[in-house]
Design a protein around this ligand. Structure first.
Ligand SMILES: [Zn+2]
Ligand SMILES: [Zn+2]
Length: 111
């Protein structure tokens, strides 16, 4: 584990929109039915937990123009950003019941 930031337990829960971030890790997988599953990781700028999100994208034009090589994934043009919500699961101070994380949310560019 290279120096991952420590989770900051003392952060108070607050619903707040954070600046855009870039994903720290993007994984794209073609599924047999022609969709692409995008898995992206992003680190909460406030409490430093890593959040993972998945999105499924169907490419409407079918297999045409999509490289078959699974190691050369194509980012679907329709899906360039994903919404992230911190879901570290930590009991941050002031966290309302039913909420997860520290309340921060942000957009991640898939590049
Ligand atoms: Zn947290
Ligand atoms: Zn957080």
């Amino acid at each position: 584990m290279a120096d991952a930031l420590q989770h900051d337990d003392a952060v108070r829960w607050r619903e707040e929109l954070m600046p855009d971030q870039t994903a720290t890790n993007i994984d794209l997988r073609n599924t047999p039915d022609g969709a692409v599953v995008v898995t992206a990781q992003s680190c909460c700028a406030v409490c430093h937990s890593v959040t993972v999100k998945r999105a499924r994208r169907v490419i409407p034009s079918g297999p045409k123009g999509v490289p078959n090589a699974p190691d050369v994934p194509t980012v679907p043009t329709e899906l360039t950003r994903m919404a992230f919500l911190c879901d570290c699961g930590y009991q941050h101070p002031d966290r309302p019941s039913g909420e997860y994380g520290c309340g921060r949310y942000w957009q991640v560019s898939l590049g």
